[in-house]
Ligand binder design. Structure first.
Ligand code: ADE
Length: 255
């Protein structure tokens, strides 16, 4: 998969993608990330890419010209099928959107700075607007990196042990179960016996039940939305067990 990222701080992208699993994915050719400087497409002497908004208002806006030219310069290496603007006005990112983007052969990510972009960029160029949460950052670079890292985990070969993706929080819309490593006892707290038992069927059931418990306690909304279509009869039986195990006060707080 190829991802082209347009930004006025391309070095921010290049510095961050070189490390960890993402760095390995690039090294192994499983993913190709190219960061481009929007200023290279500015026409004026000062290479400026922003101007004041018509009608007044605070701050500056990124202009259409350099952004359109930067995107069009990617033809024909990128199909330009999906052009994603990172913006707090966008649709809030979730795992289903990540999976959808990961199925594309290429993507263009557009990082805004200042107070945002001229609306004609959204109207005529952008196919998807994505927000990483209900808070405002100073630019789209960190959100673009969040999206790239989340996408990379969905690409075949990036995560060596696919089971670790399957037990990721949100893989099937559920939060992940608790996990433990050595030592067996730490400051009086002992790892649950079942995960040390070697009984793989029992461990699998325990992990599923604890993932359901964590989700029910922390994000019950997920059980009604993204997780719903992945739940089977055994899951519903386990949820009933979990509710029967809960103290009375906690049960009242459940939907
Ligand atoms: N740019 C600024 N804030 C953002 C957010 N929350 N998500 C995506 N892009 C942004």
């Amino acid at each position: 998969m190829r991802i082209d990222i347009l930004s006025i701080f391309p070095e921010m992208i290049r510095d961050a993608v070189g490390v960890g699993l993402l760095g390995k994915a690039l090294e192994n050719g499983l993913l190709d990330v190219h960061a481009h400087d929007i200023r290279d497409f500015a026409t004026g002497r000062h290479r400026s890419v922003d101007d004041t908004p018509y009608g007044g208002g605070a701050g500056m806006l990124m202009q259409c010209g350099p952004i359109f030219d930067a995107v069009e310069s990617l033809r024909p290496v990128n199909s330009l099928r999906r052009i994603v603007l990172l913006s707090p006005r966008g649709k809030r990112l979730d795992q289903a959107m990540v999976r959808d983007f990961a199925a594309e052969p290429d993507l263009v990510l557009l990082c805004a700075r200042y107070e945002g972009v001229d609306e004609r960029v959204s109207e005529a160029l952008v196919t998807d607007e994505v927000s990483i949460g209900d808070y405002v950052l100073s630019g789209g670079e960190l959100p673009a990196l969040v999206l790239v890292e989340a996408i990379s985990r969905m690409l075949p070969g990036v995560i060596g042990d696919w089971e670790s993706v399957e037990t990721d929080s949100f893989y099937e819309g559920l939060l992940g179960p608790p996990q433990y490593t050595r030592p067996e006892t730490f400051r009086g707290r002992t790892v649950p016996e079942i995960v040390r038992s070697g009984n793989h069927a029992a461990i699998r059931r325990w992990k599923r039940k604890e993932a359901l418990r964590t989700t029910l306690l922390r994000r019950p909304d997920l059980l009604e939305t993204t997780a719903r279509r992945h739940l089977n009869n055994e899951d519903y039986n386990m949820l009933a067990e979990i509710e029967s195990e809960m103290p009375i006060g906690e049960k009242e707080n459940q939907p």
